[in-house]
Design a protein around this ligand. Sequence first.
Ligand SMILES: *[C@@H]1O[C@H](CO)[C@@H](O)[C@H](O)[C@H]1NC(C)=O
Ligand SMILES: *[C@@H]1O[C@H](CO)[C@@H](O)[C@H](O)[C@H]1NC(C)=O
Ligand SMILES: *[C@@H]1O[C@H](CO)[C@@H](O)[C@H](O)[C@H]1NC(C)=O
Ligand SMILES: *[C@@H]1O[C@H](CO)[C@@H](O)[C@H](O)[C@H]1NC(C)=O
Ligand SMILES: *[C@@H]1O[C@H](CO)[C@@H](O)[C@H](O)[C@H]1NC(C)=O
Length: 258
Amino acid sequence: MFVTLAAVAGLLSAYIAPVSAQGGQVCNATSLCGSEAPCCSEYGFCGSGSFCLGGCNPLFSRSLTSCSPSPVCEPASHKFPDLTRVAMNASHYDGNATAFDWVLDKGDIMNTNSSGGELGMLLTETNGGTRISSTRYVHYGAISARIKTGRWGGVVTAFITMSDIKDEIDWEFPGADVTHGQSNLFWQGHIPDKTQGGTHNISSDSFANYHDYTIDWQPDTLTWSIDNNVVRTLKRSDTIDDQGISHYPNTPSRIQLR
Ligand SMILES: *[C@@H]1O[C@H](CO)[C@@H](O)[C@H](O)[C@H]1NC(C)=O
Ligand SMILES: *[C@@H]1O[C@H](CO)[C@@H](O)[C@H](O)[C@H]1NC(C)=O
Ligand SMILES: *[C@@H]1O[C@H](CO)[C@@H](O)[C@H](O)[C@H]1NC(C)=O
Ligand SMILES: *[C@@H]1O[C@H](CO)[C@@H](O)[C@H](O)[C@H]1NC(C)=O
Ligand SMILES: *[C@@H]1O[C@H](CO)[C@@H](O)[C@H](O)[C@H]1NC(C)=O
C-alpha cells in the first residue's frame, strides 16, 4: 500500500485533546459490554453500529465475535485527487470498505494539490488534531507513505499501524526536529520490555520535503525504511520474554495518519 500525504497545519494548540466520550458504559478487561450495546469502541465505550467497526476491541466486547469482521487489505496505491474515497464522518460510516478507503476519525482534511493527489491534514487551535484510518486491515505487508511532517513543537506527525487490541507499529515525527524520525512498536498496548524506540536521520527537512517512509511488517521481521533505505530491523525473536512469549505485533491492523 502506498499513501501520498502532506501534513499541513494552521494554528496549533499545545496538545491533542482527548477524544470526547462517546456512547454509554465504559468497557475494559474486567467490564465487558452487554447485549444492548455489544461492541467496545477503541475509545473504551460500549455501543452498536459504528462502535462495531474499525477499532472495535474484541477482547472487551460482549463476545469475541461481537465486532464486525475486519475488511482485508488489498494491494493498492492511494492518492487524494479529491476526498471521495474518505468517509468524512466516522459515526456515519457503515463498514463498506468498497465505498471508502479511509475514515476521518477526527479533525479536518482538505486537498492541497488536486493534480498531485495531496491531502492536507489540518491542526488548528480548536480541532484537537486530525486522524484518518484505513477502512481495511493489513495483516503483514509493506506500507509506505509519502509525507511532509508538521514542524511545530509539541505536535507529533505519525504514520502507524494500529490493531484493535493495540498492537502498533510507528513512524513518528516530533515537530521540533525535522531531520529525524522515530520508530516504535507496541504489543497489546505495551512497549515490549526488550525493545526501545529508534531515532533515524532524514536526509533533508521533513517539513519542506516529501520523503517515503515504509513499515515492512512480516511475520518474523519488521523493518522501517526512509526513501527505500532500511534504517532499522527488528526480529520477532528479539521480543521473546523470559516465559517464551513473543511481544511482537501480530494482529490485523488499520493504517492511521495523524
Ligand atoms: C473497568 O470498568 C469498570 C466499569 O466502568 C470500572 O469500574 C473499572 O474501574 C474499570 N477498570 C479499569 C482497569 O479501568
Ligand atoms: C458526525 O455525525 C454525528 C451523528 O450524526 C454528529 O453528531 C456529529 O456532529 C458529526 N460530526 C461531524 C464532525 O460532522
Ligand atoms: C458498498 O459500496 C459499493 C460502492 O459504493 C456499492 O456498489 C455496494 O452496493 C455497497 N455495498 C453495500 C452492501 O452497501
Ligand atoms: C502539484 O502536484 C503536481 C503533480 O505532482 C506538481 O507538478 C506540482 O508542482 C504541485 N504543485 C505544488 C504547488 O506543489
Ligand atoms: C545521523 O546524523 C548524525 C549527524 O549528522 C551522524 O553523526 C550520524 O552518523 C548519522 N547516523 C546514521 C545512522 O547515519
